[in-house]
Design a protein around this ligand. Structure first.
Ligand code: ADP
Ligand code: MG
Length: 684
């Protein structure tokens, strides 16, 4: 019996070798095979008379072989088969390279459909290595839209075509409909069987579109259900119940009043922590919205309850900076604070580990070192992670495993479009900080090209003479990067600036430097000992230099919009009027549109929405930064509407049936559980 769980090696035509090749593509069962969607399609449906074909087009022609195909051996390893084919309109010269069997497969006087790329020169038409099928009888390779699959060594398109065809024939009728009937109806979605058939072997482009829409919807819907279900279950997990503390005491100790958004986020989180269930909350706030303070309030709250907090930062620089900030904020309130970073000596680390084990610290700040196997916590009550998407979600869970279900606060400054946030952070509760501390000035942003260089240098000169500091960001240059245009490496560019400004203090910081050296440079920048700091994106997240009033981004076309927005957030953090200059010589329309968005708004959420609109959700899912499991269909070009609808429907279904236990939800539940198991690494 063949069913969906049958191993692909039992499929006719798939031996051990091919089965292993399929396994490498992540295909193990027939279910995987029918869910292995084509990468693209080849339109072999159009047929033309020879005389009407045009140079460069790929097309089918029906023609009769007019002479006996001739095999010639040009030299060892190069055999040619040549023949002429004709139709009413003209002649087609055909050549096969190293396919000697073509000589016997194609018979003089018989008609075939040839599919291939036309080369035209004057009235002459030719094709190289066309696909050929008898014009009479069933045609599998021509006259239709053909799927093109991702391949690996040991597999051909034909293997995959056949294998997919056979699995569809074997179990198309068995494919359960994962979508509840009402959901399918409401959204006018195609049926399962139709969708799987037509995503692989579309009848026409309309059918393909229906299939695609249904499968994308289904995938996002199942994902939304999985995340929603996990969130529901998690919110029932018992957590360390904390006694409410009086935050006014904490706020009163600050040099400034908290914003409404800060108050709200802290109170929402405190309510979670005092509820007896474990907290999983994301604080999403634009750069500079003051997320650190929210974390500090909760760390204080945790300490009031006699438990420890661990604060993870994605880089050493940020860990150092948070250590300094939090020590300043929380030290005077009596908290005992330590740090644990890769740059510390073995002895220093041991000392801190000792204290953590004995419960002699209230807060430890660090990088990945915080969750290495040899770190034990006496009573870990709260884990804060900063800029979460830079951590694998799996790493986060390693730390969570250290305590008895500590509360988790995730802080992200990457504004995710609202439409995606629910899905990407579907398993977290979200507080949005949509308010900046008072007195912030908008960072004026301009997009310029190389012709502005002299003026730009003049501007640097002016600002530095007023006592300000400048960031210059260059894209990371990978060693194997093909350089289509000249990219500025940070070091080269620093050299250039030193020659232009021999009297100014120019420094450079990049990812390849030792952590200690990077820190030294950043510390010097923060202390005002550097006028111009040239950097790669190591400064992207979090670094605080209130005296910096200008950031210049070189080769701005190489950066994503969210990244540019993050970079811009490095300035305008103090009382000084600040600027962001995006330098790019790429005057492509798309690039201009993207940079244009940056110059028009300072609102991170708006920027991410625009980015989504320009790139489509496939890019967001494809980037693999978010810690979600791999998506199959969503990459096929999901649009935001489908995403939103799928999310809404998932919310409705889960509200009515949180455990998905209703009989009509059985296939859905199975699908959701399969996704959760398959993705155990990504989620959690
Ligand atoms: P982000 O959300 O980007 O992490 P930070 O927590 O680093 O922002 O805060 C940015 C800056 O704003 C810091 O210098 C911080 O001291 C300051 N800040 C935070 N909250 C307030 C407030 N309520 N009023 C004034 N300044 C604040
Ligand atoms: Mg921050």
């Amino acid at each position: 019996m063949t069913d969906l769980n049958t191993d692909v090696r039992f499929l006719k035509g798939i031996g051990e070798k091919k089965a292993q090749a399929l396994n490498r593509l992540g295909v193990f069962s027939l279910r995987d095979l029918v869910s292995f969607f084509p990468r693209r399609y080849e339109d072999r449906s159009e047929r033309k008379p020879i005389a009407l074909t045009q140079d460069g087009e790929s097309v089918c022609v029906e023609a009769m072989v007019a002479d006996t195909p001739r095999l010639t051996r040009v030299r060892r390893g190069l055999e040619l088969v040549k023949l002429r084919a004709v139709d009413d309109s003209g002649v087609l010269d055909i050549t096969y390279f190293n396919m000697p069997y073509a000589k016997d497969n194609l018979r003089r006087g018989e008609s075939y459909i040839f599919y291939g790329r036309i080369e035209a020169s004057g009235p002459r038409r030719s094709m190289v290595n066309p696909v050929a099928e008898k014009a009479e009888g069933e045609r599998k390779l021509t006259g239709r839209i053909l799927p093109v699959y991702r391949l690996t060594a040991g597999l051909t398109q034909r293997d995959l075509l056949q294998a997919v065809r056979r699995s569809l024939d074997a179990c198309l009728s068995e494919l359960p409909d994962v979508l509840p009937h009402a959901v399918r109806e409401r959204n006018a979605l195609a049926q399962t069987g139709y969708a799987f058939e037509n995503i692989h072997f579309p009848k026409d482009f309309e059918a393909l579109e229906l299939a695609r829409r249904r499968l994308i919807f289904e995938e996002l819907f199942v994902l939304a259900c999985a995340l929603g279900k996990m969130r529901g279950e998690r919110s029932k997990e018992p957590g360390l119940r904390m006694e409410p503390s009086d935050l006014t005491r904490f706020w009163a100790a600050l040099p400034f009043a908290p914003t409404g958004a800060q108050r709200r986020a802290a109170e929402e989180a405190m309510r979670d922590m005092d509820s007896g269930s474990v907290m999983n909350r994301l604080v999403q706030g634009d750069v500079g919205s003051g997320k650190t303070l929210v974390a500090a309030a909760l760390i204080w709250h945790t300490a009031q309850n006699g438990a420890m907090s661990a604060f993870m930062a994605p880089t050493e620089i940020l860990a150092e900076q948070h250590y300094a900030t939090l020590t300043e904020l929380l030290g005077p309130l009596g908290l005992r604070i330590g740090k644990l970073t890769g740059a510390m000596t073995a002895k220093e680390k041991r000392l801190v580990r000792e204290k953590l084990k004995n419960g002699e610290l209230d807060l430890v700040i660090g990088t990945h070192a915080l969750f290495s196997a040899d770190v034990e916590y006496a009573r870990l009550g709260l884990v804060v992670t900063d800029e979460q998407h830079r951590f694998g979600v799996g790493q986060r869970s390693a730390l969570i495993g250290k305590g008895q279900r500590p509360h988790v606060l995730v802080m992200s400054a990457t504004p995710i479009p609202r439409t995606l946030a629910l899905i990407i952070y579907g398993d977290l509760d979200v507080s949005v900080m949509d308010e900046l501390p008072p007195g912030r000035q908008k960072v004026d942003t301009f997009a310029v090209d190389e012709s502005y260089r002299a003026r730009l240098n003049g501007f640097i000169r002016k600002l530095v003479s007023e006592g300000r500091q400048v960031f210059v960001v260059c894209p990371m240059v990978e060693e194997n990067d093909e350089l289509p245009q000249k990219l500025k490496s940070a070091e080269e560019h620093a050299g250039e600036l030193r020659r232009t400004f021999p009297d100014l203090r120019v420094a450079c910081v990049h990812g390849k430097m030792k952590a200690k050296d990077k820190e030294a440079v950043m510390a010097a920048m923060a202390a005002g000992q550097i006028d111009i700091l040239v950097a790669t994106t190591v400064i992207e997240v979090g670094v605080d230099v209130p005296n910096a009033a200008l950031i210049i981004v070189e080769n701005a076309e190489r950066f994503g919009l969210s990244q540019l927005h993050q970079l811009r957030g490095r300035v305008g953090r103090g009382k000084h009027k600040s600027w962001c200059i995006l330098v790019s010589d790429n005057d492509g329309e798309e690039n201009r549109a993207r940079l244009g968005i940056m110059t028009k708004t300072n609102d991170g959420f708006k920027i991410s929405e625009e980015d989504l609109r320009l790139r489509g959700p496939g890019d967001f899912f494809g980037s693999r930064q978010h810690g979600l499991p791999e998506m199959h269909a969503a990459d096929l070009g999901a649009d935001v509407n489908v995403l939103q609808k799928a999310q809404q429907e998932a919310t409705l279904v889960l509200a009515a049936d949180p455990g998905l236990t209703a009989p009509e939800h059985a296939p859905l539940r199975e699908s959701v559980e399969r996704l959760i198991t398959r993705s155990a690494d990504s989620f959690n």
